[in-house]
Ligand binder design. Structure first.
Ligand SMILES: Nc1ncnc2c1ncn2[C@@H]1O[C@H](COP(=O)(O)OP(=O)(O)O)[C@@H](O)[C@H]1O
Ligand SMILES: [Mg+2]
Length: 455
């Protein structure tokens, strides 16, 4: 494992070094090819100039005297050329290889590696004076001549300097990149650690200039918010469940004590009350069991073709006495003959939950309207009430398990905040959609769409 900063530094160095190296190698090769061609051409004209010079110096008798030979030797020397001259009879009259008879200078073979020379033969003189031959040698590699080598060394030194500069630029860029990407990443990492330690509040806002990091940072901060929410719900739930369990148990307990002590007679009314308390406990436990089953994600449904119109009418009918006794009313607008494929018990459970909420969260004199109609390939059920409504801050959370708005809690309605969670899981298991719209203080509409058709 290696830190991103160091890794980036390595990559920057690698990229700049490889590119400079590549340029150096390629331009050296290029120079070798083109420079050689250029030099060969110019050397050839120099060679011809040497031969012409020898022709020019030639006396009428076809001979060259010592001064002529010395001039030719010097001329060749200024062009860094090797010269061997033969007269028209084939006798070597001058060679820069051997110590010079003319000048007494040592031969070039004493200080030059002649193997590295390449020789070409030219002729000098004219038919009248007789023709001699002049062999001119040139270094095989252009860069063996020292001014040329110097040129190459200079160029390569420039490349070396370029390598240094590009490395420096690389390091500078690395520090810029680190400022742009790494600093925010480190801050996000710090936030994640902070959350990992169980702190959900006071997570820093990270300033980033990149979309992806901004999204990452935002989702980590949202995660903290959600975790905090869940943590709060969990704590609330524990106290709620303790309360839910304690109340019926202490009622049952005090009644039983009174029966045992003979203070109270176990009359049918009192026994019925105890039974109600026990039923409340049983319901609570059933709801919790349901929730954990739904959340396991493996709901098994007994799917059958059922009349959705009939099912909803039936649920409403069963609710009617409760509405009447609470001084509220419920009306229906149900399109007949709508069929869906589903588990009738589970769908019943959904509509009971939704209508029970409307009943619970509507004041006396309130009104609930249940409608069912077909829209395209879906059946749309709406349950609207003119009850207490939900404030907009709470709406996003009502489908969360154990979520109850503060207002509904203060109503002492005894809900546990799992009815909507279960309903949503069931509707989705039927490939349906559930949504809720509400205006605080005005009322709430729950809308459920299920795949359906007219029978
Ligand atoms: N018809 C409604 N009117 C007002 N608030 C509602 C309605 N339906 C649901 N809610 C809000 O959504 C919360 C979650 O509903 P639910 O999961 O059924 O839990 P419970 O009914 O046990 O409180 C409720 O506590 C309440 O705050
Ligand atoms: Mg409910």
């Amino acid at each position: 494992m290696i830190r991103i900063g160091r890794q980036l530094g390595r990559y920057f160095a690698l990229v700049s070094m490889t590119s400079v190296l590549l340029i150096t190698v390629l331009s050296n090769i290029g120079m070798n090819i083109f420079f050689t061609m250029y030099l060969r051409d110019s050397q050839k004209s120099e060679d011809i100039a040497i031969a012409d010079y020898a022709t020019e110096l030639l006396h009428e008798d076809g001979l060259l005297d010592e001064t002529d030979l010395m001039s030719i030797e010097h001329y060749a020397f200024t062009m860094s050329a090797e010269v061997i001259m033969e007269d028209s009879e084939g006798n070597v009259i001058m060679s820069t290889r051997e110590p010079s008879d003319v000048t007494g200078e040592p031969g070039r073979s004493d200080y030059m590696d002649l193997e590295k020379f390449e020789y070409k033969e030219y002729s000098y003189g004219s038919p009248e004076t007789g023709k001699g031959s002049i062999v001119i040698g040139r270094p095989r590699s252009i860069f063996s001549a020292s001014p040329d080598r110097q040129f190459l060394i200079t160029i390569n030194l420039i490349y070396l300097a370029a390598a240094g500069i590009s490395l420096a630029i690389g390091f500078f860029l690395r520090s810029r990149v680190s400022g742009m990407f790494l600093d925010p990443i480190y801050s996000i990492q710090k936030n994640a650690r902070y959350i990992e330690e169980g702190n959900f509040r006071g997570v820093m806002d990270v300033e980033t200039k990149t979309i992806e990091l901004d999204e990452l940072s935002r989702s980590i901060n949202n995660m903290a918010l959600r975790l905090e929410q869940q943590e709060r719900l969990r704590k609330r739930l524990t106290s709620d469940i303790a309360h839910e369990l304690r109340t019926p148990l202490s009622t049952v307990n005090s009644h039983l004590e009174a029966f045992i002590d003979g203070v109270w007679e176990p009359t049918p009314e009192r026994l019925t009350l105890l039974q109600d308390e026990i039923r409340r406990l049983t319901n609570l436990i059933k709801d919790l069991g349901d929730l954990s089953y739904m959340e396991s994600g493996e709901i098994s449904l007994a799917m059958k073709e059922i009349s959705l119109s009939g099912l909803i009418a039936n649920v409403v009918e069963n609710f009617e006495p409760l509405f009447v006794s609470d001084g509220k009313n419920i009306t229906t607008d149900i399109e007949e003959g709508i069929i869906t494929k589903g588990d009738s018990d589970r769908l019943n459970q959904v509509f009971i939950n939704i209508i029970a909420n409307s009943l619970k969260y509507t004041n006396t004199g309130g009104h609930v309207a249940v409608a069912l109609k077909i829209e395209g390939e879906s059946a749309v059920v709406t349950v609207s009430d003119n009850g207490i409504g939900i404030c907009s801050d709470d709406i996003p959370f009502v489908f969360e398990r154990f979520y109850r708005s503060d207002r509904s809690r203060s109503r002492e309605t005894g809900g546990k905040g799992i009815g909507l969670t279960i309903s949503k899981a069931l509707v989705e298991a039927h490939k349906g959609i559930i949504g809720i719209e509400s205006t605080d203080g005005k009322g709430t509409t729950v809308k459920i769409s299920l795949p359906a058709w007219k029978g």
